[in-house]
Design a protein around this ligand. Structure first.
Ligand code: PFF
Length: 466
């Protein structure tokens, strides 16, 4: 894929790229932690409802807007004759930018764990939490230092992305996902089997299946909304870019269904492995230190599995590929925007973008444990707080930029461009769009009202739903 309006070579090409973008760190590193914070089963239920009623229609919307306009995120609105809505695209690009800043770094942590399991698995088994924090510059003796290990690996991961994009081998990586994604899925199933037989994990399984509504407030619902959109790669208008590369004969509705199912399955599976894994590995008293759920909690499983070290390397390697395809999709769509909008050369745009992303991401990594950097936040549940800068970056994208961009897309398609045009675009492949009536109601009324209400209530109401 390059910034000329090329097209996906085949259906598989598109599905792989879009699913590759969706399935990533969000499913395995973010989702389980969010599910834990949101009360397990209650979060899961809210999440599923959001994917079905808001996520899927929005993906259809973004893809059809992209295919109709054949343009990048910001120019899309102008192309369709509504320049006044370009702000939606701008928020999307800014959101994608902030996400990529930290995505490059967490990708680096994954790379570190590939080497960690290959070279020093016993050290991880011995003190999985200590190993994780050591990487982030917080040492066992209570002192802290600049987290050079994490930063070094993040630099390598970012460079890897840049090289893949510049060498134009994105397609190769996507094709790898054809094997990598099912392999990751099978490995997750194996890990699930291991989890349920791990001493202490039952409590975690119960937690994931029970509804603790006392932990659910509007702020939780907003977190679930941001997480679902993040995981599906929507609300950053990235699917607009992807849609613009999609041939007319592709069935947008069918593809959307497939991507949503795949992405959600991986996330839910990861939740059922990692949350019980955390209960078994850390015990309840340590559970609050959940920043590294996907890194810390799996150690015990690998340790107690035959060939655990091999599976450890394999797991983080597959996660690395999943992270790469997502990260590439983010960088690619920002580069497409920069080259088209500012007539920058592709190489210049990619190199500078990666350097800046990496530099800002260092603040993310440093504020994990080593340096007390804070942001400021306000919500109806907790009032004014000063979250660690790393959390602040995630709040900014998941709780403001993504929902606002998604809201903008709904309003644009529901009321300005009109859902009929999106439906026409879906039908242009020649197949029927059986749920067109429902889609219209969802995109016009349900989605905008729901997103707006959740946003407002999250910042104004301190209500929990119990
Ligand atoms: N969906 C990816 C994940 O779950 O890791 C992350 C992501 C990729 C978010 C692309 C947004 C995006 F546009």
């Amino acid at each position: 894929m390059d910034n000329k309006r090329s097209q996906w070579g085949s259906r598989v090409g598109f599905i792989l790229a879009a699913a590759g973008s969706a399935v990533g760190l969000g499913n395995i590193w973010k989702f389980p932690g969010r599910a834990y914070e949101g009360g397990g089963g209650s979060f899961l239920l809210i999440y599923l409802l959001i994917v079905i009623f808001l996520g899927a229609p929005l993906m259809i919307t973004e893809l059809s807007v992209g295919r109709a306009s054949q343009s990048n995120i910001v120019s899309t609105f102008q192309r369709l004759g509504h320049k006044g809505y370009s702000w939606v695209g701008w928020i999307g690009v800014c959101g994608a930018f902030v996400i990529t800043c930290y995505y490059c770094h967490v990708g680096g942590w994954v790379l570190r764990y590939v080497f960690g399991y290959a070279l020093e698995a016993p050290a991880i088994y011995e003190d999985s939490l200590g190993y994780f924090y050591e990487m982030l510059g917080a040492h066992a003796d209570g002192t802290t230092s600049v987290p050079w290990t994490a930063i070094g690996f993040a630099a390598a991961f970012t460079a890897l992305n840049a090289v893949i994009i510049l060498k134009g081998v994105v397609g190769g990586i996507e094709r790898f996902n054809k094997i990598g994604m099912p392999a990751l899925f099978i490995l997750l199933l194996i890990l699930l089997a291991r989890t349920v037989t791990l001493p202490g994990s039952m409590q975690g399984l119960k937690y994931m299946l029970s509804f603790d509504w006392s932990k659910v407030s509007f702020s939780t619902i907003l977190a679930a909304l941001g997480q679902a959109f993040y995981s599906l790669s929507i609300g950053m208008a990235i699917m607009i870019t992807y849609g613009s590369y999609l041939p007319k004969n592709e069935n947008i509705a069918k593809n959307t269904t497939l991507i949503c199912i795949m992405d959600t399955l991986v996330a839910v599976l990861a939740g059922f492995i990692i949350v019980p894994g955390v209960f078994a590995t850390l015990g309840e008293e340590e559970i609050g230190k959940g920043g590294g759920f996907a890194f810390v909690s799996l150690a015990k499983m690998f340790e107690s599995m035959p060939g655990g070290r091999f599976f450890g390397v394999l797991f983080y390697l597959l996660l690395l590929f999943a992270a790469l395809t997502s990260c590439i999709s983010l960088i690619e769509s920002i580069v497409a925007f920069l080259t088209e909008k500012f007539s920058l050369q592709r190489k210049t745009a990619t190199v500078w973008l990666c350097l800046i992303l990496f530099a800002i991401g260092c603040l993310y990594t440093c504020s994990q444990a080593a340096v007390p950097l804070h942001g400021i936040w306000l919500d109806g549940t907790n009032g004014v707080t000063y979250p660690a800068f790393c959390d602040f970056m995630e709040y900014l994208t998941d709780r403001i930029m993504i929902p606002v961009c998604a809201l903008g897309c709904c309003i644009f398609v529901g009321w300005v461009w009109k859902p009929e045009k999106a439906i026409e675009e879906v039908k242009s492949c020649g197949a029927a769009f059986k749920l067109a009536g429902i889609y219209k109601i969802l995109i016009k009324y349900v989605a905008p009202v729901a997103i707006l209400t959740i946003l407002i209530m999250s910042f104004t109401s301190g209500m929990t739903l119990s």
